[in-house]
Ligand binder design. Structure first.
Ligand SMILES: [Fe+2]
Ligand SMILES: [Fe+2]
Length: 193
């Protein structure tokens, strides 16, 4: 089937303006969480047609991977070195949750969801959606106050710049080789040379 990738294109076209407009870290993370939440709303809606669910899941996995990897390599890495215990703890909690998310995402790719939409696929997509929704809420309610407490304005600007550049690289790389990874290779630790 022909998968629609309009959300991915919209996201891809937003990085440069966000860099130029020096959008803040919390604002940009909120915006990327918003894209994920839009996908979750479709994936958990019982009325949505299967073809739409396939398209949304395809885009959801790309955005999820892009956001999670870029977040780990910039924000989580910074919080992990913080003097504040809760900030270090929250970065480890976030990473553990990402690892569960990667595992479920790999299983969905292995089910070939873009070719066939089984009950197993539907169930796994629902579980992934619920876990991601909880993860996003936790970041917004518990991590954002720590970001404000532990990261200076200057450091935030640096993290935002790195985060957006990594998003650009990850999304570009994934749109060139869509869903090429499978179990245990879902989360490449580095981008190819
Ligand atoms: Fe996260
Ligand atoms: Fe996040």
């Amino acid at each position: 089937m022909q998968l629609n990738n309009s959300i991915l294109l919209e996201l891809k076209n937003s990085f440069q303006p966000d860099l130029e407009n020096k959008v803040g870290l919390i604002e940009v993370i909120d915006k990327h969480h918003g894209y994920l939440e839009d996908c979750i709303a479709v994936l958990t809606d019982s009325e949505t047609a299967v073809e739409d669910k396939q398209s949304y899941l395809y885009q959801f996995l790309h955005i999820l991977h892009m956001h999670a990897k870029a977040e780990e390599e910039t924000l989580y890495a910074f919080l992990h070195e913080s003097d504040v215990k809760d900030a270090r703890l929250e970065s480890v909690v976030g990473q553990d949750e990402h690892n569960i998310i990667y595992q479920l995402a790999s299983e969905l790719i292995d089910l070939d969801f873009s070719v066939a939409w089984s009950e197993e696929t539907q169930a796994k997509a629902k579980v992934l959606s619920i876990i991601v929704q909880t993860h996003l809420e936790e970041e917004e309610q518990e991590m954002v106050p720590l970001i404000k407490e532990c990261i200076s304005e200057r450091e935030m600007q640096k993290i935002t710049l790195n985060y957006l550049k990594k998003c650009e690289d990850y999304l570009h790389y994934e749109m060139l080789s869509p869903c090429h990874y499978s179990s245990f290779a879902y989360s490449p630790t580095t981008l190819p040379g």
